[in-house]
Design a protein around this ligand. Sequence first.
Ligand code: HEC
Length: 109
Amino acid sequence: MRHALLIAGCLAALIAQPAQAQPAAGAQEARVSAQRGKLLYETHCISCHSSQVHWRDQRLARDWTGLQAQVARWQGNAGLNWGAEDIVEVSRYLNRRYYRFAVAEPRKS
Ligand code: HEC
């Protein structure tokens, strides 16, 4: 009986969650997508990286394009099948945090 109650509690929590997880529209979009890059990176990538990977002398990423190429390579290695947007979000996150390359933003039309 206790188990049944526990399970019911968990289900209720699960059902309640998506409503809160909805990203706010408009002005908060940038912040939400910044968090997305961080979240993706922390979920899938950080397990075998320390931040040292990103500031070692021999680092492979030398500019914004190179950084995106490395992120694309690694998500491929990990079999994640990320879309272009996810690759950009994670690259942006890493760039803000470590690299600070000049970013060539895609043109918005
Ligand atoms: C299996 C362990 C592992 C996982 C998982 C992993 N990485 Fe790496 N990553 C490494 C190692 C080791 C290096 C350094 C050697 C190299 O670049 O081949 C590296 C290098 C990098 C670099 C280049 C750093 C530089 O400037 O030289 C980037 C960017 C990067 N990883 C991004 C990611 C991203 C994004 C993910 C998640 C999709 C990820 N990695 C997942 C181990 C890992």
